[in-house]
Ligand binder design. Structure first.
Ligand code: NDP
Length: 819
């Protein structure tokens, strides 16, 4: 027995254990054996295989759960489809009540949910009780609000249909809420698959849904392996796949869903920087580090796992940090006085340990405090590795455990460079008392969330999601809603890809791959020409390509003929190749930072100027359209007029789509900034050669992107005439680059280019498939039309917010305030 006097001397914590009894009682009620939750009922498939769920802190088996198979996947999807018919037509105000009810029931079972989560995952109860479960309720409340407002605030949108959701094990319940709440609020129905390590809280949540009276089939919960995730993602009757997990599986899902017309959102891994400048409040920053990397044992996608310290404070900071690490308490997750619980599973523990060994092999100095760890269970000490090179794999790769690596920098510019020296872009923390510096750095970091003098803040009102290989799409905030909506009247495309002979297991063509194989200088000639020869070769001018503000000849030195619909030769254009695309991407990348940082007003001025110059040459462009596409003069003039108008529309938007203030509980301000995506490759449709070109270029550049455009390959001359308009309109070199040539070949090069951030493709269903499939190389964003024609003349289809959204990515900056 420790005396009071002794306690005062050591300031030692006493144990503060939470009883697991209520959770055990719930497990016992189910005989510690769980089925699948389909149509609001427990389904126990005949002959099914059951797998144990362990408590990683003790190794005890908590319960057994079913491995679903193909049959259950079909059953759950068709149940969700049936439910969609009613749920999508249920008034938003009624759906809102269900979501409120779910939130209330989550609150009622708050403690049980938290204890079960900690038992199954190993996370400290302090976190599951005070962070995870309250945020779960908050997500349902917040999205209940959007259900209520949907008809009035989003009248031009409709739900997508059946959504397959696949979630990881690090925040089993919270990820489930992030996924389910927006989906059902907006009228979709759901089949969700929890991660194998952590299935139990999803099953308790299933009961809560039924208790809250949610109509059967709206949410279905399938436990199963990663294979079940793949079955769901490839199910023909699923309209959208929402995934959180590793970048590797995200890449697989991108490939498996390519060309299907399914929507996809991916929340992937990260290696987030935690930057401390020399004027920061160091003690607060130390607590920030604890929260950034030891919250949830570092098993957090946005964990601040790369500590970047200004050189002149590094030594002092690390000394303080080690002292703090010596006081961290690792132990029983149900003890409310511990800082870190258990790692979710032995396999993860081993991976973490291997990384630490790698860090040491790479020359790092490893520090682990000499603190007691429980003898049983998968506990890992807080770990700091210093002295590594910025290129070391331990610095570059996600470890997903309580392991922090630390580097130093001298100037803000170097801090930004190091911060961005990663393939990821999920989050960042910036610590400084200088608001100018903080905001300047926040704007330059490529990440979906930046916390100033804070870390790991989340709320339903602020979207969360990545840049670059951390994925695309947002969860939370108004921006997150569009992941579950499509424009009204534009149902999911269901392209026919039989010509590709896809293997259903891999979604790859079975035969040899032919996409984009192009022999330069051997253009396909129209039938008429093959039969009759060139009827009227009367053009001697060869329009060039437009790269970096200069008219350039194609690298390969070949040209392609351009015919009118009667098969007459009306011109020739450069036959661009891989090198031309590379040059164009380089030019676009170089022009990017200056263009993005221009004030919207300046970009608007340039768009007005382009419009003005096009207006001056309207007759010339109309004549070109008549010549190329044989439209009437009147129709051609209308197309030119629409193009001018579109330029004016995006000039208008250039300074009106900057972002919003998010209403999070933060004392301070959370702002959502709509940032440019970066370099966008645009492949124009064949139809409306001028208008479609302008309709795609204008929103992209209005919002600060730079572009590489492949114009209509049948009718490219409007685009090659257009660079003369650009030349006279003060468009900075490299902002717009135009490469003519074989569409498939150029598209393939664009989409495989690692330095292109997004590709917009308006062409065939097959081309759309390839664009989506190949985009997995660097997880670039894609926007494709699956071969469907758009009415570019109409303002519903040819312009609008959809274009602006595609041209931007949201960064949420959290700025705490207070004297
Ligand atoms: P995984 O990507 O392995 O698993 C995530 C989910 O996908 C699980 O449900 C898993 O099922 C399932 N899955 C596995 N293989 C496939 C497949 N081929 N097709 C479809 N689904 C599949 O990640 P972890 O669960 O290991 O989580 C850790 C990773 O997730 C980390 O890299 C972390 O950065 C990232 N993550 C990202 C977050 C974000 O918001 N960006 C949040 C949380 C984690 P099963 O469990 O049965 O294998």
């Amino acid at each position: 027995m420790v005396s009071v006097r002794e306690l005062f001397r050591t300031m030692e914590y006493g144990p503060a254990p939470e009883s697991p009894q209520a959770a055990y009682a719930w497990l016992d009620e189910h005989g510690r054996k769980f089925g699948l939750f389909i149509n609001n009922r427990w389904v126990y498939p005949e002959g099914a295989h059951y797998v144990p769920s362990y408590n990683p802190a003790t190794g005890e088996v908590l319960a057994e759960t079913v491995q679903a198979g193909r049959e259950e996947v079909d059953q759950a999807v068709s149940t969700a489809r049936q439910a969609f018919e009613t749920w999508s037509r249920t008034p938003g105000s009624v759906r809102a009540r269900y979501l409120y009810a779910i939130a209330r029931h989550v609150q009622k079972h708050h403690r049980l949910l938290a204890v079960l989560e900690s038992l199954d995952n190993g996370k400290p109860l302090r976190e599951s009780r005070d962070i995870d479960v309250p945020l779960v309720a908050r997500h349902f409340y917040y999205h209940a609000g959007w259900a209520q407002l949907m008809e009035r605030e989003l009248p031009q949108y409709q739900p997508l249909g059946v959504v397959a959701q696949i979630i990881p094990w690090n925040f089993p319940l919270l990820m489930l809420a992030w996924k389910i709440a927006p989906a059902i609020a907006l009228g979709n129905t759901v089949v969700i698959k929890p991660a194998s390590y952590t299935r139990l809280s999803a099953l308790l949540f299933a009961e809560i849904l039924a208790e809250a009276g949610l109509p059967p089939g709206v949410v279905n919960i399938l436990t199963g392996s990663g294979e079940v995730g793949a079955m769901l993602a490839t199910h023909p009757d699923v309209d959208k796949v929402a995934f959180t997990g590793s970048t590797e599986v995200g890449r697989t899902l991108r490939q498996l869903t390519a060309g299907s017309g399914k929507r996809l959102s991916l929340e992937l891994g990260g290696k987030s920087p935690f930057i401390v400048f020399d004027d920061a409040d160091l003690d607060s920053a130390i607590e920030g580090v604890v929260d950034a990397i030891w919250f949830n044992q570092g098993q957090v996608c946005c964990a601040g796992s790369r500590l970047l310290l200004q050189e002149n404070i590094a030594e002092r900071f690390l000394r303080k940090l080690k002292a703090r690490m010596n006081r961290l308490r690792v132990g029983d997750p149900l003890d409310k006085a511990i800082d870190m619980g258990a790692i979710v599973d032995r396999t993860q523990w081993e991976t973490i340990h291997r990384w630490v060994q790698t860090g040491q092999a790479e020359g790092g100095l490893c520090y682990q405090p000499d603190i007691p760890l429980p003898e049983k269970g998968w506990f890992y000490p807080p770990t700091l590795i210093t002295g590594l090179d910025a290129a070391a794999s331990t610095v570059q790769e996600e470890i997903f455990g309580p392991v922090l690596v630390s580097l130093t920098f001298r100037s803000p510019a170097e801090a930004v460079e190091l911060a961005n020296n990663t393939r990821y872009g999920l989050a960042a923390s910036v610590w400084t008392e200088n608001i100018n510096l903080a905001l300047d750095v926040a704007r330059q970091i490529k990440a979906g969330t930046v916390w100033l003098n804070s870390t790991n803040l989340f709320d339903a009102a602020a979207g969360f999601g990545g840049y670059r290989e951390s994925g695309f799409g947002r969860e939370g905030g108004k921006e997150g809603l569009f992941e579950y909506l499509s424009p009204r009247g534009m149902p999911r495309p269901r392209p026919d890809l039989t010509s590709l002979g896809l293997d259903p297991a891999t979604n790859r063509p079975r035969g040899p791959v032919a996409w984009g194989e192009h022999i330069p200088g051997r253009p396909a000639r129209p039938e008429a020409v093959r039969a009759n020869g060139y009827a009227s070769p009367r053009i001697d001018r060869t329009p060039k390509m437009y790269i970096g503000g200069r008219q350039v000849r194609p690298d390969g030195g070949y040209v392609l003929p351009v015919f009118d619909p009667q098969g007459r030769l009306i011109g020739q254009v450069g036959d661009g190749n891989r090198k031309d695309i590379r040059d164009a991407v380089e030019a676009a990348r170089r022009a990017g930072p200056a263009w993005a940082s221009r004030h919207g007003h300046h970009r608007a001025q340039i768009l007005y100027y382009i419009a003005e110059n096009l207006d001056v040459r309207r007759e010339e462009f109309a004549a070109r359209l008549v010549e190329m596409t044989a439209v009437t003069h009147q129709a051609a003039l209308e197309e030119v007029e629409a193009a001018i108008n579109r330029l004016l529309t995006y000039a208008a938007w250039a300074d009106k789509y900057g972002g919003t203030v998010q209403e999070t509980p933060l004392r301070g301000i959370t702002v959502a900034v709509n940032e440019p995506v970066g370099v966008i490759g645009i492949v124009c449709p064949q139809e409306y050669p001028l208008l479609a070109f302008v309709s795609l270029m204008a929103p992209a550049i209005a919002r600060g992107n730079t572009v590489v455009i492949v114009p209509s390959s049948l009718h490219p001359l409007a685009a090659t005439d257009f660079y003369q308009v650009l030349d006279t309109s003060d468009v900075p070199p490299g902002v717009v680059n135009i490469v003519t040539g074989d569409r498939d070949h150029l598209t393939k090069t664009l989409v495989q280019h690692e330095d292109v951030d997004a590709v917009w493709y308006f062409g065939s269903a097959e081309g759309s498939y390839w664009v989506e499939y190949e985009s997995a190389c660097n997880m670039k964003r894609t926007w494709v039309n699956y071969g469907l024609l758009r009415d570019w003349m109409s303002s519903e289809q040819g312009e609008g917010e959809e274009f602006l959204r595609q041209a931007t990515q949201v960064k949420n900056i959290w700025m705490p305030g207070g004297a």
